[in-house]
Design a protein around this ligand. Structure first.
Ligand SMILES: Cc1cc2nc3c(=O)[nH]c(=O)nc-3n(C[C@H](O)[C@H](O)[C@H](O)COP(=O)(O)OP(=O)(O)OC[C@H]3O[C@@H](n4cnc5c(N)ncnc54)[C@H](O)[C@@H]3O)c2cc1C
Length: 383
């Protein structure tokens, strides 16, 4: 067993740390969060550094990296902000679906645009009545010659309003069959006719933004269907597993940032004549945070490694997503406690991690649904 990263992976990690230090210093991240604005120039810096190309094969202009490389990048981006990471991750997850399920023509059309930063992708699964119950999608696409007419509503679509964003929407094309056969994956420009967006006021993840998407008689060319009509469920499930494996890396990056902030503060803040970290109550909190973070990282790296090997890792991925998301939210809460009033003050970063971490146990599948899945895999079939 080898727990070391390769020299190339260490170089990759160093380059991402340097890039983020140059293009996303703490004061800038604080400002973007406060303004609820997304830094397009940072996205372009990721593009120029080749980060968007990383997990794609050379045949489509990629760098041939794997899920472990991607997890490494997402971990480092997330140490700076688990919010900013989502613009990168959402585009990658959807792009990999085009790679896996698209035709040669679709790959040739969409992937260069994505890899060159001309478009971004946003994941459009959830709807008002389709949260954990993903199959309950109501948005309908009706074939009309060489296009579809789409009507319905998407909800919580992260990054849908970013510049040149394309919404990777999951819609029904047949309501008479089981949802696994009636869902279709279709790509819709965020500024296309019939598309209206509303940025939602959310507790956290305010830079990339969470959107409501209204689709009213939106005409979408049929050649924008990925995976064939009725083939959307496969795209959705394959994409979700990858998303969960790699989002665990984001949770660990966020939790590492929380721990670093908490340790620094506990070493500097003096009360009753001594640093608060020397009080056993605070020291033990930090010791627990560090131990749990290491446990979460082991789950996460193993899940990413298995995904990189192309191995079936549903259980390991689900465990990593479940454990690290709860750990990140719990640690950010403890980080606020350790910093007292400063932990809640907008001039300090802990409150941002606290707000951003809260969605970790909800987005990409709630903790309850992850536990349902794990129990099912243990033979405890839910009704
Ligand atoms: C910040 C953020 C960003 C998001 N980004 C995206 C995105 O980009 N694209 C996208 O498509 N979606 C996105 N989502 C949506 C996310 O995937 C859903 O919020 C999530 O799947 C839960 O759905 P829901 O919010 O409707 O909650 P519900 O499904 O209504 O659940 C409410 C509560 O009931 C529990 N529950 C539901 N069913 C069961 C069950 N069978 N057993 C036990 N408990 C259950 C849940 O665990 C939860 O506690 C995002 C969400 C957030 C918060």
């Amino acid at each position: 067993m080898n727990f070391d990263f390769t020299e190339e992976q260490e170089m990759l990690r160093e380059s991402v740390i340097k890039l983020m230090a140059r293009h996303a210093p703490p004061e800038a991240v604080r400002k973007w969060d406060g303004d609820r604005s997304f830094p397009e120039e940072l996205y372009q810096a990721w593009v120029e550094a080749g980060l968007l190309r990383l997990p794609f094969p050379a045949e489509v202009g990629g760098l041939g990296g794997d899920a472990l490389d991607l997890a490494l990048v997402i971990y480092e981006l997330s140490r700076v902000s688990t919010d900013l990471t989502m613009a990168f991750a959402g585009s990658i997850f959807c792009g990999l679906n085009v790679l896996r399920k698209g035709t040669d023509e679709q790959r040739a059309y969409w992937l260069p645009r994505l890899l060159d930063g001309k478009i971004k992708f946003a994941i459009g699964i959830s709807e008002p009545d389709a949260g954990s119950d993903v199959g309950n999608i109501h948005t309908m696409a009706v074939r009309d010659g060489d296009r579809y007419i789409v009507n319905g509503q998407k909800l919580w679509t992260t990054g849908a309003g970013l510049k040149n964003s394309v919404i990777c929407a999951y819609v029904k094309t047949d309501k008479t069959v089981h949802y696994r056969k009636g869902v279709t994956h279709i790509l819709i420009d965020n500024d296309a006719p019939g598309v209206e967006l509303r940025k939602l006021g959310m507790l956290g993840r305010r830079t990339v933004g969470t959107y409501e998407v209204f689709l009213r008689d939106a005409p979408v060319d049929a050649d924008r269907v990925i995976g064939g009509e009725g083939g959307g469920w496969d795209c959705l499930m394959g994409g979700l597993q990858y998303e969960r494996a790699v989002s665990a890396a984001g949770n660990c990056g966020g939790a590492q940032a929380v721990l670093d902030l908490a340790v620094k503060y506990a070493g500097e803040r003096v009360q009753f004549g001594q640093p608060i970290g020397s009080f056993q109550a605070i020291g033990h909190m930090l010791a627990d945070m560090q131990s749990e973070l290491e446990a979460g990282k082991l789950l996460m790296w193993r899940a990413a490694w298995l995904a990189a090997q192309g191995r079936d890792a549903l259980r390991e991925i689900t465990q990593a997503k479940l454990y690290t998301s709860e750990m990140y939210a719990r640690h950010a809460n403890m980080g606020v406690q350790i910093m007292g009033g400063y932990g809640l003050n907008e001039e300090f970063d802990m409150q941002r991690y606290f707000r951003d971490s809260r969605s970790a146990t909800i987005a990409a599948g709630t903790s309850q649904t992850q536990r349902n899945l794990l129990a099912n895999l243990m033979g405890m079939k839910a009704r």
